[in-house]
Design a protein around this ligand. Sequence first.
Ligand code: BGC
Length: 758
Amino acid sequence: MQDIPTLLRQMTLAEKAALVTGASAWTTTPIERLELPELLLTDGPHGVRRSPDIHALGLQSLPATCFPTAALLAATWDRALLYRVGEALAAEAVALEVDVLLGPGVNMKRTPLCGRNFEYFSEDPLLAGELAAQLVAGIQSKGVGTSLKHFAANNQEYQRFSIDAVVDTRTLHEIYLPAFERVVKQAQPWTVMCAYNRLNGSYGAENTALLTALLRQEWGFAGLVVSDWGAVHDRVRSLQAGLDLEMPGPKPRRTQAVIEAVQTGQLDESVLDTSVQRILTLAQQAAATPKGGAFPVADHHALARQVAAAGMVLLKNDGLLPLRTPHRIAVIGRAAREPHFQGGGSSHIHPTQVDSPFDELQKLAGEATLTYCTGYPADDRLDPALIDEAVQAASQAEVALLYIALPSYKESEGYDRPDLDLTAQQVALIQAVSAAQPRCVVLLHNGAAVVMSDWIDGVAAVLEVWMAGQAGGGAIADLLFGVVNPSGKLAESFPLRLVDTPAALNYPGENGQVRYGEGLFIGYRFYDARQAPVLFPFGHGLSYTTFAYSHPSVSATPFRDIDGVTVSIDVTNTGSLAGSETVQLYVHDRHCSLTRPVKELKGFTKVFLQPGETRRLSIELDFRAFAFYHPGHQRWVAEAGEFELLIGASAADIRATVTVLLQTTQELPSLLHAESTVREWLADPRGQAVAAPLIHQITQQMGAALNGGGEEGAGIGMDLAGFLQEMPLASILGFQEERLPAPAETIVADLLRQLHRR
Ligand code: BGC
């Protein structure tokens, strides 16, 4: 390839306009005259979905490893493992001649009803961002591009092409943007994919504030912005907003519109040139890695199994697990033979092989006899005969294993879930089987939280299997028999009921809008603030061993915000099996001028320990770990004062607390303005310094006037000081205008001038 400026100089307007829209379902426009090759972009995110005909939208794809979906990947809390998955995905992309893998998706799990939560990481932006950054870094380390998606606030499938997410500035910055920001800053994805939906009135593809001001100017993104497939409404407007590549194509009318817009002066050609340059840069990046060859199918299958076991979450265990060589096992549920290992939609992979959970169990079960019953039909029918058969089998066995999969008509890309329930037949099946055989384990195959109140008390153990990828069946067997010690922890809260969930009253929206009325309070932030019980808290996950936390310490207190602080703690494996523990660090702000969540995850680390082994772990906290996004200052602010650092095994299992004192180095302008209340003037140190004497005098006079000269507070039955505090200073002054040397507004303006001089 020639260098980019040379290429650009040689391109005609028509060629440039053609380049910024794809040539087919998955490819960009080649320019043969200039030897510019087409680029191949394919889904993503947890496997390579490369169609045999790269120009066709068809549903077929070539065999590739189906790794577990992001819901499970996140539950590993394991950065290094995510990097390795990334490397493996890239190796397959190279073999399948793919230039850019369309993923990962880091949208927040605002509601467990979102049909696509299985493809997303977490309800927590730090966890999602940290893990996705490793996945991106792993993929790109092998010369394959990624596409961080869907930017931004794409948190439901209901009306996903058009819904307008109405989100306040602070919530956007603290909850919905930081995962993107973290990945962009840590891993520089080659591309970012815009969302279909609107955000505060503007389509993802036309959102200048997101695509240019924030992504490029503030975060320093140097890559290319690609549209989600079919997300562009107006090609010229989207180019102006910063959307470089429209997919899919071809779209001759769009291309013509771009040509005409340049010719008529509506679109500055330099805007087009910028996008063209970015596409050329992407082509150059991709060309640096020769494509083709084969990938190590068996190794990747083994990796998929290791990852699957690391992210399955042991939710409940009364001691039945790990299984101790039972002789007769009832294996119930069609998912034992027809594995439910991935979700529907654009991420659907054609796996290289799929492990049968039943067969994998048999391999580890030694001499034990396994009996299988279907348990439930593939559709939503109730079939009592299947339940009777399962009960019979369970009562004749020593243990019953229930492989329960949420059917795809209840969960997929493209539509949201109607509820958080298993099917009626599945619930009835679990109830009946556990009544006949209390030594029973439920193995849940689903992409996001389900409710369990109707049956959980009756069963001995529950393993959340998620959509575990093509090797999930073997991973289940590994965990059941203790070949692998469970170490997954929830990256999302499991609620007791749908009505308890944070967005319940503000979902799915109406009249084309969904208002994020719960604000900052999604996931555990909501349950903490409401002191509301959950079925299983964020961060929860059991092990076959136990861990003790001791000797917490911090590197410094007080510390300066710009220096940050390091927290350390000893973790000991106090049980008799080797295992991994994920230590979570939450920050609680003791006092803040704005409302904050009770605590927020700001660090984590996963450690593998032999029985009896102790390791000292350290987690660094930087400025942002203590900061909140101040909508008035429009920047991140860390206020001076005490913070509690909560070190725990889950959001609801805090094992140690250390208090630190933060000293601020930030110089912030005063936010007082002409309408500020007396209370606001007095709360602001600079405001107090310039206005306290006047406020004192004026409130005294006002109080006396309101009281008709009587005792303070008499007469009108209120706390006068409180009443006056909520009035704008200018309004109180206005009531006494005749005694003032100047109009009230002039006096306040003068005070504001004095204050800004300080
Ligand atoms: C999805 C994207 C996907 C694209 C291409 C869209 O419908 O939202 O996540 O990458 O299709 O298949």
